[in-house]
Design a protein around this ligand. Structure first.
Ligand code: UFG
Length: 323
């Protein structure tokens, strides 16, 4: 079966292409390479195009006889979305609308969507389950929530069945070190720590006065290989005729920024200089997933997400690309 993977040259998309190919699907990557990387194009065919162009979408869906879609293509920087919301709504929401319309016009009715824990905003309780109120704190989070709303309406109107996967903190790299995380600019904690370990440069902790045991924010890190496996499980769930739904993807356990720093020093064997800095606007003190629903309904279990493995695989990749 040919599966379109928008954003398939990116971090999570490329890991999903590898997993799709391993499970006997044929991924077709659709990516404009504005953020993705050509060297990630290792599995399946490639169509260079943008979700902003209905013509690109139509041509690609027809040419490759696409039967299902995994949709990753989106901007992902929370801070940038606050500064330029129009770019985020245009790319993430209008691009998704173009894709959904192109799908229903062709009778393609299975979609796995890359959503985010950002839809929950600052949670009222942890662990966060899928019924928790959604109150995004940024245009980025709203753009993901808006697409989830589109999906619900397209399901009612046209029977488009979709699974929205709400990732917590995606991290780690494929065990082969052939693909991994590579963002420009890099804002995420773990790659910044690995850069610091490599270069001997300092890292800032954004806020040490949170109401958490050591005062720093707590996050639920989930290995990208576990995310990839969940995407294929979600696709199979839809192909088995199961209904649309949303699922949290996290390991169900949180680590503070300081805990991640200590573990990074241990894994890399290098010291990391730390500076304390002001809180970063929009950061929730604690984000931890309840992953019960994904375990129960998708038959998914995180297997690669202990923090040591996340950091060891990310470090292996980091050493390769920063050589
Ligand atoms: N942090 C630092 N210093 C840094 C970078 C990050 O202290 O240099 C802290 C952050 O303040 C936060 C934690 O490390 O407390 C993790 O930060 P990341 O930027 O790695 O990840 P976020 O939790 O901010 O973001 C993730 C996803 C987003 C998503 C968000 C909310 O990357 O896409 O979770 O679900 F929107």
């Amino acid at each position: 079966m040919n599966v379109l993977v928008t954003g398939g040259a990116g971090y999570i998309g490329s890991h999903c292409c590898k997993e799709l190919a391993a499970q006997g699907f044929r991924p077709v990557v659709f990516d404009d390479l504005s953020k993705g990387h050509r060297e990630n194009l290792r599995w399946g065919e490639f169509y260079q195009g943008t979700t902003g162009s209905r013509q690109d979408l139509a041509e690609c869906l027809d040419r490759h006889r696409i039967e299902a879609v995994m949709h990753f293509a989106a901007f992902i920087e929370v801070g940038e979305s606050v500064a330029d919301p129009a770019a985020y709504y245009r790319n993430n929401v209008c691009g998704s609308l173009n894709l959904l319309q192109a799908m229903v016009q062709r009778g393609i009715r299975r979609l796995v969507f890359s959503s985010s824990a950002a839809v929950y905003g600052n949670p009222a309780r942890v662990p966060i389950d899928e019924e928790h109120a959604r109150a995004p704190l940024s245009p980025y989070g709203w753009s993901k929530q808006m697409v989830e709303t589109l999906l619900a309406d397209f399901d009612v109107a046209w029977g488009l069945r979709a699974v929205a996967l709400r990732y917590f903190n995606a991290a780690g790299a494929d065990a082969s070190a052939e693909i991994g995380e590579q963002h420009t600019p890099e804002s995420h904690l773990i790659p910044r720590l690995l850069d610091a370990a490599m270069a001997g440069s300092p890292v800032e902790i954004y806020g040490t006065d949170y109401a958490t045991p050591d005062g720093t924010c707590i996050r639920d890190y989930i290995h990208v290989t576990d995310l990839a496996r969940a995407h294929v499980a979600a696709l199979e769930h839809l192909l088995n005729g199961r209904p649309s739904g949303a699922f949290n993807l996290g390991q169900g356990r949180g680590f503070s920024v300081r805990e991640v720093i200590h573990k990074t020093m241990e894994i890399t064997g290098r010291p990391i200089q730390v500076r304390t800095a002001a809180r970063r606007p929009g950061d929730a003190p604690m984000l931890i997933a309840s992953n019960e629903k994904a375990r129960r309904e998708l038959g998914w279990t995180p297997r690669h997400s202990d923090l040591e493995n996340i950091l060891a695989t990310a470090w292996q990749w980091h050493q390769r690309i920063r050589r």
